[in-house]
Design a protein around this ligand. Structure first.
Ligand code: CA
Ligand code: CA
Ligand code: CA
Ligand code: CA
Length: 226
């Protein structure tokens, strides 16, 4: 019998450890307007962001009304839009849809640490109530999606116009009651939103912006010793 001994050690040198704790989420609502919260223009997936490589929308069927045609491009154009303007929202009345944002890892080779996601929705009740699931994949496994969680708000606003905003952050579990000091998604290559229809209504909701905040993940030096 022949024994071959090969010692292989892979060292990730001095890369800070990504801290991922419990996901923290909350939602807020403002009544009387369906554009009540501002959208970010400088987040990772915003149109024109250097971090955004491309985007893909699957199973999206647009809706056309008197004030325009809905489009998923409204999700990252940096504006909440105008009250009652169909052309400023993403709305699909046919079984929801999936939007995937692919981040550029040419320079940020280890992907991005996502630290916060905020999503803004607004219309006349009940079409301002959000419901979706978020997934991400990593730079090392770009087609393997991991669920961050399912998120929803149920406002019970009777009839008026209203705007909702869901905020998703991460508590790094250090006990300091700061719920935004962790990492929502580590080493991210793709971020995916799956929008469902809301049970009880033959509608989805009127989404106005999805903002994804974060920074390039530190790149470690890989040393292989034989
Ligand atoms: Ca928008
Ligand atoms: Ca944005
Ligand atoms: Ca659809
Ligand atoms: Ca904390």
């Amino acid at each position: 019998m022949k024994f071959v001994h090969i010692a292989v050690a892979v060292l990730l040198a001095a890369a800070p450890i990504a801290i991922q704790g419990a996901i923290h989420t909350n939602w807020v609502v403002v009544v009387g307007t369906d554009t009540g919260y501002p959208s970010a223009t400088l987040d990772l997936i915003n149109t024109g962001s250097a971090a955004l490589e491309s985007e893909q929308h699957d199973d999206y069927e647009s809706y056309t009304g008197a004030t325009g045609t809905s489009s998923p491009t409204n999700l990252n154009d940096g504006t909440t839009g105008g009250d009652n303007i169909v052309g400023d929202i993403a709305l699909d009345l046919s079984n929801g849809w999936t939007s995937t944002y692919i981040l550029d890892t040419t320079t940020a080779r280890a992907g991005y640490h996502v630290t916060k996601i905020q999503t803004i929705c607004g219309w006349t009740a009940p079409l301002g109530d959000q419901r979706y699931e978020v997934f991400y994949s990593t730079a090392s496994a770009p087609d393997s999606f991991i669920s961050i969680g399912s998120f929803a708000c149920s406002t019970n606003v009777p009839s008026d116009q209203y705007t909702t905003r869901i905020t998703i952050t991460d508590d790094d579990d250090d006990g300091d009651a700061d719920y935004e000091d962790g990492i929502v998604a580590s080493n991210t290559k793709k971020i995916r939103f799956v929008f469902d229809n809301i049970p009880g209504y033959d509608y989805t909701a009127c989404y106005r912006e999805m903002d994804v905040f974060g920074d390039p993940a530190p790149t470690g030096t890989m040393i292989v010793v034989r």
